[in-house]
Write a protein that binds this ligand. Sequence first.
Ligand SMILES: [Zn+2]
Length: 313
Amino acid sequence: MLSIGIDIGGMSIKIGLVDENGKIVDIAREKIADSFEKVLAGIEKQIDFLLSKNNITIDKVKGIGIGCPGMLSKDGIVEVFPNLGWKNAPLVPLLKDRYKTEVRISNDANVATLAEAYYGVAKDYNDVVMFTLGTGVGGGVVIDKKLFEGGDKKGTELGHTTLILGGVPCKCGRRGCLESYVSATALIRQTKAAMNKDPKSKMWDFVGGDIEKVDGRTAFECSKTGDKTAIKVINKFVAYLSDGIMNMLNIFRPQAFIIGGGISGQGDYLIDKVKKYCKKYHYGYENAPKAEIFAAKLGNDAGIIGAAALLNQ
Ligand SMILES: [Zn+2]
C-alpha cells in the first residue's frame, strides 16, 4: 500500500508517494508561499495532482505523513516555525478534515532517523539513535522500531546536551552544548579560528584567500592533502563528535548510531575516525555493548521516506 510523505523545508515542500519498501514512486514539489494558508493550498494541490496522475484515490493510501521543522503539538499543530513565521498552524487537523485519512507529523530530525531505521543503513536494527549535523544538531531516537518523541511529542533535543561545561554559548541559552561543537556552523567557526592562527595553512588556498568561503568541507578536504592545521581541526572535531556519540551510546545502548546531515557526506573518512575514537574508549567501559556506527545514506530523500514511515508507527 502506498503512503504520502511530505517534507516541509524552509525553501520548498516535497510531496511523494512512497511504497511499502520505502521507495519513492512519484514526487511533486511546491515552493514555500508567504502564508500558512497558501502553503496548505499548495500541499493539497500537489496531493490531488499525485493521486490523479497515479490513478488512485485517497482511500487507497495508508495515510499522510509529514516531516516539519519547528515546535509541534501532540495534536499536529505547528506551534512555531520560525523561518516561515507560522504560529499555531493547524496543519494536521485541516488535512485530516479534508482527506478523512490518517495524518501524522513529526520534526525533521525524527523523520530522518525513522527513514534510516526503516529503509536506510539501520534497517536491520531495532534500536537506533541519530545525529543530523547541519546548521544546528538535530537528533532522533528509535526504540524497538518506534520513534521516541518524549513528553507531549515535543521530540528529543540531543544537540542541547552539555559537552563542555561553561563552553561556547548556545542559542538555547546554555553553554557548551553539543550543537555548539559539532554542527556545520561550529566546524566552520573552528576552521576559521585555526586559519587565522596559521596564515600558511593550505586551507587559505582552498578558499582562494577568502575566509568567508570556508564551509563544512574546507578542513576535511585539506586534511586529506596533509595540511597539519586542517588535520588538527578535524581531529578535534572528531573528538567532540565521538564524545557526544558516546554519551548517547551510554544512555540508550542502541544497536546502531547514524551520523546524518551534510557532514556525513564525508562517509568512511569520517566514520572510520569516529569508530577508532569510540573503540579506544570502549564505549564507556570494556565489554560494554558495541553499536555499529554509520553515515546516513538516504540523503535528500530521507524527509519524504521518513514522513511516510510515520504511518508504520
Ligand atoms: Zn543548546
